[in-house]
Every structure is written in C-alpha cells, then in structure tokens.
Design a protein around this ligand. Structure first.
Ligand code: NDP
Length: 257
C-alpha cells in the first residue's frame, strides 16, 4: 500500500506558527515531507521556527502577517504562492483567548477575538481557496476547540467570545466544504481540548485546571505534545480524500459526555 500520509512535494501554510500548536503543526507537516510556509506577527520567533523546520530537511518560508489586516493577508498569500508556485495545505491556526465574563466583555475584546479566531479564518481561506481552486486541489484544516461544541459551568472560566468564535469556525468549515466539494478541496476542523501553550499557560499552570479536567474530561488530563499530529496529518493528506466538512475532536473524550 502507498503511504497515504506522505506529504512529499506538497506545500503547507500554517498561520500563527510563531508559538504553541502552530509550531507543532508546522513541524508535523514537515516531518511528512511537506515544504512549509509560516506566518504570524512576531518575526524573530518565526525565524527561529524556520531554522528548526529547515533542520528537518524541507524548505521553510516565513512571512510577517497580522491576520486582522486583510491587506496583509492578501500580500502574505500572494507571497507564499509566488515563492512556491502553489499552496496545497492550509492550517488556519492563528488564535487568541478571551477571559471576560459576558456582562463585562468590552466591545473591543469581542471584536478582537472574533476577528482573529473567526473572521481571519474566512479571509485566509478565501485567499488561499482562490489559489487552490486554480490548481483543483487543496486541504484546509481549521483549528476549532472543544469550545466549538461545549462550555463548562461558570465555576470554571468564562469563554463567551472565544466559544462563539470557535463555534463559528466549525460551521464555516461545513459551508466552505460544501461549496468546494466538487473542486478538489476538502475543509475540516480539528477540535482540541486544552494543550500547553502561551494562550493556555495561565489556565494550566494555576492548578484549577486539574479539577476541571477530572470533572469534565474522561481522560482527566490535558493533551500532550504530538497528540494532535494524527488528526492533522489525516486531514492534510490524501488519506482523507473522501472526508470533508467534519469536526474531529481530540479532547480525551471531553465532548463525548
Ligand atoms: P499561542 O498563543 O501559543 O499561539 C497563537 C498563535 O496565533 C501565535 O503564533 C500568534 O502569533 C498567532 N496570532 C495571534 N494573533 C494573531 C494575529 N493578529 N495575526 C497573526 N497571528 C496571530 O496559542 P495556541 O497555540 O494555544 O493556539 C493555537 C490555536 O489553537 C488557536 O486557534 C487556539 O484557539 C487553538 N486551540 C488551542 C488550544 C490549547 O489548549 N492550546 C485548545 C483548542 C484550540 P503572533 O503573536 O506572533 O502574531
């Protein structure tokens, strides 16, 4: 049997790859043989990630981009296409958290969280989708969250803007998948539970998380580095050629109960 998960010759763009899960996603794709493009706002961090990816034996192109700025998104996607000639895989990963109780959420926080976590997913998918449509091939993986599906009681922490944005990602995934189903493009969502990163440090390091996980997560723990790789490579590779519009929870069973 051919290696269904081989990505040799593919080009993958990962947004928000200056820290956290985006770095892991970019490296996982590189280990399968894909050439990589990474973007985020912190260029010095991207340069360090680029060196780590090149050490895996593939090419890496780093580009500074604020996904709240449509003009920068258009320039970034054009630059990646000009650099590699195509984009086969998009991981829409850039994201931010929200922390305010609903009644105390400032407009600015709502707009910021929805802008980064949902609107940018559409804008980047639209620009990259145009490149993929030209080539008749594409694999888009949007990063949702367990909060695409559930929230915990307010004995935990408020997630209003975040959950709304991630729920939107799940539904946007279905809409894009259906629109592009006959055009060679699959669009799917990964829904992680909690993994250690800059975003979740404040939650995971407090100790409060352990009792929440014990209550709501059947495996009673956070995700470990590498535990998203299987879902990512499945959706990024031809192993998932007949799978589109789907949400795959990688959450220790959190959303099964
Ligand atoms: P991090 O804070 O470590 O990483 C977030 C990434 O997004 C950074 O690379 C950051 O880069 C980038 N980013 C944020 N805002 C912008 C912006 N305006 N323009 C461009 N890039 C931006 O968090 P995680 O790794 O945890 O989060 C990655 C994704 O995974 C997010 O979508 C998050 O919602 C999702 N997720 C995370 C979970 C977890 O437990 N960690 C659980 C479920 C989902 P820079 O600051 O350099 O611009």
């Amino acid at each position: 049997m051919n290696n269904l998960f081989d990505l040799t010759g593919k080009v993958a763009l990962v947004t928000g790859a200056s820290s956290g899960l985006g770095v892991q996603f970019a490296k996982a794709l590189a280990r399968q043989g894909a050439d990589i493009a990474i973007c985020a706002r912190r260029m010095e961090k991207l340069e360090a990630v680029k060196a780590e990816i090149e050490a895996l034996g593939v090419k890496c192109f780093a580009y500074k981009c604020d996904v709240l700025d449509n003009a920068q998104i258009k320039e970034m996607v054009a630059a990646v296409e000009a650099h590699y000639g195509k984009i086969d895989i998009l991981v829409n990963n850039a994201g931010v958290g929200s922390a305010s109780a609903a009644e105390a959420t400032p407009d600015e926080e709502w707009n910021y969280v929805v802008g980064v976590n949902l609107s940018s997913v559409f804008y980047v998918a639209r620009e990259v989708g145009n490149v993929m449509l030209k080539n008749g091939y594409g694999k888009i993986i949007n990063i949702g969250s367990l909060h695409s599906e559930v929230v915990m009681p307010n004995t935990c922490w408020p997630v209003g803007a975040y959950a709304a944005s991630k729920g939107g990602v799940k539904m946007l995934t279905k809409a894009l998948a259906v629109e592009w189903a006959k055009k060679g493009i699959t669009v799917n969502t990964i829904g992680p539970a909690y993994f250690s990163s800059e975003m979740t440090g404040a939650i995971l390091d407090t100790g409060a998380f352990d009792s929440v996980a014990a209550t709501y997560c059947p495996m009673a723990r956070a995700g470990k580095p590498g535990e998203l790789d299987g879902a990512l490579i499945y959706f990024a590779s031809d192993a998932s050629s007949y799978t589109t519009g789907q949400y795959l929870a990688v959450d220790g069973g959190w959303t099964a109960v």
